[in-house]
Design a protein around this ligand. Structure first.
Ligand SMILES: [Zn+2]
Ligand SMILES: [Zn+2]
Length: 331
């Protein structure tokens, strides 16, 4: 792999990363503590899946999902307080303000999408123009298999979209803002330029109105793992778990200041997709971000893709022979 291009200057060449699970940090403390921080992630996921599997229809609604999501996040926030992975990632007011801005932006975005999908025209299109008979085989599968397939298909799409973002300059511009974060915590998944939100949505492959229950199950698996992925908690992750799922350790490498290390672990949920395509790297990193960990203001996060694109275009087409690196990073 050669070719940084998207600003070799951006990459702190000597930022240390840890490679290999045997070198990743362990939970410090007594037996009970180690037990809790080994089994918390699987137990919570299992509880969520069991809930959505068995809950009667009257309870299995989007508002219940939002309520559970808030409770889940509150619990994880407490864990970050009690057992942080790195003290340097502890939440500050400055970080919290940025996080809350993006979390509310995300909810607003979701509300708009939901209104669109709930509109008469779209419902009509789903009911009349979509050939439901083609899905009969799918709806005949066991619920958990349906849920797994939905989340796998979504994640497969998102893997390639994310990998594309790291390999094609115009897409990279939208995603780069997310890589300027300098710490991980449960809300950091929401931080990035809004254009990226839209593209990730596309990568997910459009919206299919599958069996709602299977979709709720798939959504809760995807969201739980995505939240774990940015969490600042030290876990002793079971081996099978880190083989299947993307973890905060994997994702910290992806966010590290080491360029080579960032070109790994693209999946949102299932790290085995990275293992399939040879992009998985097991390990972790503490020093995160771009340009040696330069923090961006919200204003810059909003405008950066556009101002950078403008600068690049001016350099390329403006002055004949620009002193400009190639734009598309090679794989
Ligand atoms: Zn990325
Ligand atoms: Zn991230």
């Amino acid at each position: 792999m050669d070719g940084v291009r998207v600003g070799k200057r951006n990459i702190g060449a000597d930022a240390p990363v840890t490679i290999g699970w045997e070198n990743v940090g362990r939970v410090q403390g007594g037996r009970v503590k180690r037990f809790i921080f080994t089994w918390f992630q699987p137990a919570m996921l299992f509880a969520l899946v069991a809930f959505w599997y068995y809950a009667p229809n009257s309870i299995a609604t989007a508002s219940t999902a939002i309520g559970i999501g808030i409770g889940f996040k509150a619990l994880l926030l407490a864990l970050e307080w009690v057992n942080p992975r790195y003290d340097s990632w502890r939440l500050t007011w400055k970080e919290l303000v940025v996080d809350l801005f993006y979390v509310s932006l995300g909810y607003t975005f979701l509300a708009v999408i939901e209104r669109y999908i709930g509109s008469d025209a779209v419902i009509d299109a789903i009911q009349h123009q979509f050939d439901w008979d083609k899905l009969v085989w799918f709806l005949g599968l066991p619920l958990l298999v349906q849920a797994f397939l939905i989340s796998f298909i979504f994640d497969f799409g998102q893997y390639w979209m994310h990998r594309g973002m790291h390999n094609w300059y115009p897409l990279w511009l939208t995603h780069s803002v997310h890589h300027y974060i300098t710490q991980l915590n449960i809300n950091k998944g929401a931080v990035g330029n809004p254009v990226e939100l839209f593209l990730i949505g596309l990568g997910i492959g459009g919206f299919f109105d599958f069996l709602p229950r299977a979709a709720l199950l798939a959504g809760s698996i995807g969201l739980a793992v995505a939240t774990y992925q940015h969490i600042n908690v030290r876990f002793d992750t079971p081996r099978w778990w880190r083989y299947l799922f993307n973890t905060t350790e994997h994702h910290s490498l992806h966010h590290s200041q080491d360029y080579e290390a960032t070109r790994s672990n693209y999946a949102g949920t299932y790290i085995f997709i990275d293992r399939m395509f040879g992009t998985c790297v097991d390990g972790e990193a503490e020093l995160l971000g771009m340009e040696g960990g330069r923090r961006m203001s919200i204003r810059e996060q909003m405008t950066y893709p556009f101002t950078e694109a403008w600068k690049t275009m001016k350099a390329r087409f403006g002055k004949g022979q620009p002193d400009q690196p190639e734009l598309v990073p090679a794989e």
